[in-house]
Design a protein around this ligand. Sequence first.
Ligand SMILES: [Zn+2]
Length: 359
Amino acid sequence: MSEWKNIGSLLLEHGFIDDDGLKEGISLQREKGMRLGEALVELGKVSIDDINWVLSKQLDVPYVIVEDIHVNIDLLHKFQKNFLMDSRILPLYETEDEISIVTDDPLNKSAMEFIATSFEKKVNISTGSGRKIEDILKRSFKQVGLPELVGALSGIIDKIKDTSFYRLDFLLDERSCRINAFGVGVMKNMQEIKSHFTNEDVFRAFDELSIPFLYEQSFGSNSRFLAVFPVFNRGTMVKYPAIIGGFGLFCPETTTFADSHVNGISDVFPYQGPVPGYPYLATKGNQYDYESMIFTVDTVPAEFHDFYVNTWIPQKCPSCSGAGCPACRELGYEFEKIEGVYSSGDLKEKLKEGCHGKN
Ligand SMILES: [Zn+2]
């Protein structure tokens, strides 16, 4: 390739369009934020075939039938998803000194230079259908994305073990997955992954980590909200109503989750009664017995005087005042474990102290 031109000037040179056509194309391109080639096709000035002909003729770039391509997932991993999606580039393979890609826009000089510089290799370009490239990228990134989600999740769980976080919220939309942790007195944005995931992908990630869970889902206008309650530690059978706010603290063999919105593990039942506290658990077999309810709460229900408590009380990290530092695993809080029987008054004080403590 001797010189970088744009598709407009090439089409002009070969007589596919005239100056006025080019101007119309450029104004539609700006208006809709599309590519010039796409704009010219939309305006009926040229066909996709015209563009491919000009590109392969002028640039000596081979045209590739994209659906026959075997996707090299390892190579895909080396790129940022957004970069490939935005520039519609599908990397094909690499050798010691060359990397081969297919794109619908071989004139995208900055993208080609970016690849050449970051890999320190010569870039072999072929051209192919942009829509097909996009489809393949979307499909392939799903396969790439799941291990990324599993990795993120496992890191987050390591961080919030032994804290009062007990719920992970997943905000899922077409472009990203935001993960927030939520718990007694605390809420924290944990991570954002630039990938599209379904609820099933999230469930699969928990399955891969062998963590049983309960979940609740709702739908916003542009995103889905999925709240997941991991369930992987053993709870204790207690005679008091209990407050257990620790992450994954309760045991599915002895307790059930008493909330009709929540789904998941087979022993969930829809509780109809007016039970305060949210979310809450009941000892299995005694669903309607208040005395054996186990609550995980953010507020202390007024009905009960004494609680068995097994949780952590958050306190702003003294080293960073909540900003996040290595001492607090970037969480901004330190957690004091409390276990025992507390009166609701004591507990209210304790929670208040912890959440709004001196700092
Ligand atoms: Zn800190």
